[in-house]
Design a protein around this ligand. Structure first.
Ligand code: PEP
Ligand code: MN
Length: 347
């Protein structure tokens, strides 16, 4: 259920409604907007909340059911696109985030070279995995803590906020020390304990879509995070597994407008993992922007032929400036502003 407060409702009136919801055994999630406050009553036996007759309480405008299975992340609850702020860069509602960097942190030199190129090309945030989910246990698994340290140095030098993957709850504290945004990878999209843990932090989360997940399952995973208190979630479409073998995954461009109709959360696209090969990334990135994506995440390496992970899909750092210039034409066409280049987008 969603309790919409009247414009001008007092803090006391809001508090009273929250107390009544909680006394009935449901969880109250207030969302304070510019003009009105909306309170989600979640985990409810809807009958119980309905029996509270909150319509009659002072300051309450109306009580409406949220019909979707996900509540806090649904458009019904927020009633409009939200903005997620990461290290001062805004993602969503007209602010476009370009997240770029190596697939994995392999060494200080490789990460710094990639980070400098990303910064010079105008990227908004730096990506890089210190913990890597690899299909084979014999493949490079990432540098772990040492990799996090290198990412911290890259931020220090470039000023770019860091997006890095968390695979295991046991690494949470180490990752939190460095990450401006925690990436939950495709393989962990339904690792519910991990989702709950990041939901208890205040660090924004990049939630990738699982390779065989429906949009509804993806949004329910986001709900796991939001219902622990962390609503700063950005969704990432990164391709799904289909019968097609000509490329690594099938980029579900339609998921962008579809998810944005259903949720208030920003949606970005990862054309690198969908394509699996360098040449397909630019056309897919253009398509993503024009389909309404709030950002892109791409892999950039100074020497892709020597990369320890995902080399064939890495954009070469020497050409990355030209690559970004091309994508920017689509960003301009859509009337978006690159994150970090505009301070006027309201959070
Ligand atoms: C990655 O971003 O490097 C990655 C492993 O992505 P995904 O979880 O989408 O496969
Ligand atoms: Mn990768």
């Amino acid at each position: 259920m969603m309790i919409v407060m009247k414009e001008g409702a007092t803090e006391e009136q809001v508090r009273h409604v929250i107390d009544r919801i909680e006394q009935a055994g449901a969880k109250a999630h207030p969302s304070v907007g510019e003009f009105i406050t909306v309170i989600g009553a979640i985990g409810d036996d809807r009958e119980i909340v309905a029996s509270l007759q909150l319509e009659g309480e002072p300051g309450v405008e109306k009580v409406v059911p949220i019909l979707k299975p996900y509540k806090l992340v649904s458009n019904d609850f927020r009633g409009g696109a939200s903005v997620v702020e990461v290290g001062g860069r805004k993602i969503g509602r007209g602010s476009f985030a370009l997240i770029a960097g190596p697939c994995a942190v392999e060494s200080r030199e490789q990460t710094m070279a990639s980070a400098r190129a990303c910064k010079a090309a105008g990227a908004s945030l730096l990506r890089g995995g210190a913990y890597k989910p690899r299909t084979s246990p014999y493949a490079f698994q990432g540098l772990g803590k040492e990799g996090l340290q290198i990412l911290a140095e890259a931020r220090e030098e470039t000023g770019l906020p860091i997006v890095t993957e968390l695979m295991d709850v046991r690494s949470l504290d180490d990752v939190l020390e460095v990450a401006d945004m925690i990436q939950i990878g495709a393989r962990n999209m339904q690792n519910f304990d991990l989702l709950r843990e990041v939901g208890r932090t205040n660090t924004p989360v990049l939630l990738k879509r699982g390779i065989a997940a429906t949009i509804e399952e993806w949004l329910l995973s986001a709900e796991y995070i939001a219902n622990q208190g962390n609503a700063d979630i950005v969704l990432c479409e990164r391709g799904i597994r289909t019968f097609e073998t000509a490329y690594r995954s099938t980029l579900d461009i339609q998921a962008v407008p579809a998810a944005k109709q259903l949720t208030s959360l920003p949606v970005i696209v990862d054309p690198s993992h969908a394509a699996g090969k360098r040449d397909l990334i630019l056309p897919m990135a253009r398509a993503a922007v024009v389909a309404g994506a709030d950002g892109l995440i791409v892999e950039v390496h100074p020497a892709p032929e020597a990369a320890l992970c995902d080399g064939p899909q890495a954009l070469h750092s020497d050409n990355f400036g030209a690559w970004v210039a091309d994508v920017r034409r689509c960003v301009d066409l859509m009337g978006l502003v690159m994150a970090g280049e505009d301070a006027t987008v309201a959070v």
